[in-house]
Design a binder for this molecule. Structure first.
Ligand SMILES: [Zn+2]
Length: 378
């Protein structure tokens, strides 16, 4: 067997993987890594890959990917990998969960030679839950490793940040995204997979979501309507409920509601079959599923679906503008941002980023979308 080039199940990120594998081979892996990068590029997958490498008896410091230890790590069933995530549909990791984790690591490891705590996303630690973990992160027991995951370094508590080693995880190459799509969404038509890949810009997670998203078309229509409304100025933004903009908004939310119902039913079936429920805290898929459980078959505009549509709108808009900044066509069928200089495009992008970062906290999603559109229309 030659020198290992990747962890089990981890595609791409050759440099990062090589660096981490060499550190592991020398027994010099930092005890608290902060994996930071765009969403959907495989940060959590990488964390699980490192955990497998730390625990695998067959191929130590690399992970074989096929023994019972590696398979249990991959399916989140190994007792020496603890996940600390927001619970109960909340947006923060609770102080109770953090304290429980502290107790867990104080007695670890259990089965293997190491114990790994995956904190995902790390920016959902607040002052209280963060403080509960500080000592454990600063002076962990031998064999205890922390893998913190975030898309946004700025939102991670300074006290946590200063005790970790940030590791940048960049975007995936197109061939890796295509490979992941082909493997995980083989039933989706090739043309749709291609569109998803184009839109997702190196995020396999986003590409998978888009490929399977029946609301994709209605969200693209919404983006078209929004770009046109912004071009018309405030009159376009404050148009009638039945006008193109808010009509498209309503259609997209309805499509999202239908999607959430299908998702919840699939998850219920999976759970009934005893399979692990695939859900990621804070990501649209999980949010929708949880919202469905709470809201039942309500036909109104549930806030979770509004948030989801607003997030998708901001994401697609960002991709569209970025394409224009690179002097490319932008999304097919969506009008170009007329008369915008590169400097203005960058300002627009930061407005969209702000919208995206606030969506989760806002009760009145539509009002916030409206405000952002007004600012974009300036
Ligand atoms: Zn193994």
């Amino acid at each position: 067997m030659g020198e290992a080039t990747h962890f089990p199940g981890v595609l791409g990120h050759e440099q990062v993987q090589g660096h981490l594998l060499r550190a592991l081979a020398r027994d010099q892996l930092h005890h608290a890594l902060l994996l930071v990068g765009p969403r959907g590029v495989g940060k959590a997958q990488l964390a699980r890959g490192i955990a497998a490498a730390l625990l695998c008896p067959e191929r130590p410091a690399v992970g074989c990917g096929s023994c019972s230890v590696c398979t249990r790590v991959a399916s989140r069933r190994h007792p020496d990998v603890t996940y600390l995530e927001p619970s109960g549909g909340g947006r923060v990791i609770s102080v109770d969960d953090a304290r429980a984790c502290h107790v867990t690591v104080a007695n670890a490891p259990y089965e293997g030679n190491a114990h790994i705590v995956v904190i995902d996303p790390a920016d959902t630690l607040n002052q209280a839950s963060g403080n509960a973990l500080l000592k454990a992160i600063e002076e962990p027991r031998p064999g205890v490793f922390f893998m913190l995951v975030t898309t946004n370094l700025q939102r991670v508590l300074q006290t946590i940040l200063s005790r970790t080693l940030p590791v940048r995880v960049g975007r995936l190459g197109e061939q890796h995204v295509a490979e992941i799509l082909a493997k995980q969404a083989p039933d989706v038509a090739q043309a749709r997979r291609d569109t998803a890949m184009l839109l997702a810009e190196g995020s396999a997670g986003l590409a998978l979501e888009l490929a399977r998203d029946p609301a994709l078309e209605s969200c693209i229509s919404l983006l078209s309507a929004a770009v046109q409304a912004v071009a018309r100025g405030p009159a376009g933004v404050f148009s009638s409920e039945k006008g193109p903009l808010w009509g498209a908004w309503k259609a997209a939310v309805e499509a999202a509601v239908a999607h959430a119902q299908a998702q919840a039913e699939a998850e219920a079936q999976q759970a009934a079959a005893g399979a692990p429920v695939k859900m990621k805290g804070g990501k649209p898929v999980g949010k929708k599923a949880r919202a469905k459980k709470k809201s039942g078959r309500s036909s109104g505009e549930p806030v979770a679906q509004q948030r989801w549509v607003a997030t998708r709108l901001a994401e697609l808009w960002t991709l569209h503008l970025r394409q224009h900044l690179l002097e490319r066509e932008g999304l097919p069928g969506v009008p170009a941002p007329s008369g915008r200089s590169p400097v203005e495009l960058v300002a627009d992008l930061s407005l969209l980023r702000r919208l995206e970062s606030r969506i989760a906290q806002m009760g009145n999603v539509r009002l916030m979308v409206e405000q952002t559109l007004l600012e974009l229309a300036r």
